[in-house]
Design a protein around this ligand. Structure first.
Ligand SMILES: NC(=O)c1ccc[n+]([C@@H]2O[C@H](COP(=O)([O-])OP(=O)(O)OC[C@H]3O[C@@H](n4cnc5c(N)ncnc54)[C@H](O)[C@@H]3O)[C@@H](O)[C@H]2O)c1
Length: 250
């Protein structure tokens, strides 16, 4: 269960936050948490039914049916928001494929959602932020982008690219008052994660997580709210691991 009230730990009052892939999972939890923290939240997702559910949960959240891979659709929907203070590049298709079965279509789809979609998100912030105030980018990385996990090549290379993009843009956009960070969640059984890794397998993995539990969506939400808030105003170029110590011990 998502506990949006418990997520209201950092103040985002008055900030306009765009979250992609917010129809379910970590994006939805963050949308509810950011809204509870005072933000004006706009949720992008390519699944209209999920957006309708989110609207029912929190009618104050603006929703837009957008495929983040589509540059023009992204730009057009972003231009209807008005000022944007922060963008969370969260949308991704989670799937693992052995390298033999990777074809053009799959590669194009994964790179387009994960890498192009994140770049369109950065461009939306730069176009619609107040340049006197600046803005915040939060990307979604993953432990898979930092170690070798067999059978995950395309997903992992997208996440490795996201880590690189985060560091590069922190250097490039800092002088424009834009902070760029990434969250690297691990072992949080969202709908997308459970679709490729059954919950029983997650539970078997718990023994390899130093904190001996799986992550909860609130764990990712709280860390994200911190990075989006002014409490993190001197933090840029960081990848914050929210994985119970898994990567540190891998
Ligand atoms: N769950 C984890 O443990 C975990 C670990 C590491 C990284 N992540 C990352 O966190 C992010 C969220 O993952 P999740 O677990 O909530 O996944 P999820 O599959 O449950 O949710 C992803 C959301 O993104 C949307 N989406 C997918 N493609 C889209 C597109 N082209 N345009 C717009 N929306 C699109 C989906 O409709 C869905 O609502 C992803 O970037 C994922 O790679 C998750």
């Amino acid at each position: 269960m998502i506990s949006s009230a418990s997520a209201a730990t950092f103040d985002l009052s008055g900030k306009s936050v765009l979250i992609t892939g917010a129809g379910r999972g970590l994006g939805r939890a963050l949308a509810l948490g950011a809204q509870a923290s005072g933000a004006h939240v706009t949720a992008f997702d390519r699944d209209e039914a999920l957006l309708a559910e989110l609207h029912t949960l929190s009618p104050a959240i603006q929703t837009a049916h957008v495929d983040v891979a589509d540059r023009h659709a992204f730009a057009s929907a972003a231009s209807r928001i008005g000022r944007i203070d922060a963008v969370v590049n969260n949308a991704m298709l989670i799937r693992y494929d052995p390298i033999d079965s990777v074809d053009d279509a799959l590669l194009d789809q994964m790179l387009s959602i994960g890498i192009k979609g994140s770049i369109w998100g950065v461009q939306a912030l730069l176009k619609h932020m107040d340049p006197q105030v600046g803005g915040v980018i939060l990307n979604m990385a993953s432990p898979t982008g930092e170690r070798g996990f067999a059978g995950t090549a395309v997903y992992s290379l997208v996440k490795g690219a996201i880590a690189t993009l985060t560091r590069t843009l922190a250097a490039e956009l800092g002088p424009r008052r834009v902070r760029v960070n990434a969250l690297a969640p691990g072992s949080i059984p969202t709908p997308g994660a459970v679709a490729i890794t059954p919950i029983e397998e997650y539970e078997r993995r718990t023994g390899r997580i130093p904190l001996r539990r799986l992550g909860h969506q609130d764990d990712a939400t709280h860390a994200s709210l911190f990075l989006l808030s002014d409490a993190a105003s001197f933090i840029s170029g960081e990848i914050l691991h929210v994985d119970g110590g898994f990567l540190a011990s891998a």
